[in-house]
Design a protein around this ligand. Structure first.
Ligand code: SF4
Ligand code: SF4
Length: 64
């Protein structure tokens, strides 16, 4: 089962910390407003979730 990071975009403060630590380059801060995860690149390592100062990232089991 694939695991993937999910951002609560309403709560994201666009700091970019998650994008910096992601080993797969799977996160981009979209239009400077919120972080977005490219699910096909994410390996579910959870590093972004542990790094996010606003604690708005969770790693979930993806459907596909
Ligand atoms: S869980 Fe890991 S691979 Fe996925 S977006 Fe976060 S840091 Fe990147
Ligand atoms: S680390 Fe958290 S608050 Fe900062 S851009 Fe990423 S999801 Fe948003």
């Amino acid at each position: 089962m694939k695991r993937t990071a999910v951002v609560s975009k309403e709560l994201c403060v666009s700091c970019g910390a998650c994008a910096k630590v992601c080993p797969r380059g799977a996160i981009a801060v979209y239009k400077g407003m919120y972080a977005r995860v490219a699910k096909e690149k994410c390996i579910g390592c959870g590093l972004c979730a542990r790094t996010c100062p606003a604690s708005v990232i969770t790693v979930v089991t993806a459907d596909e």
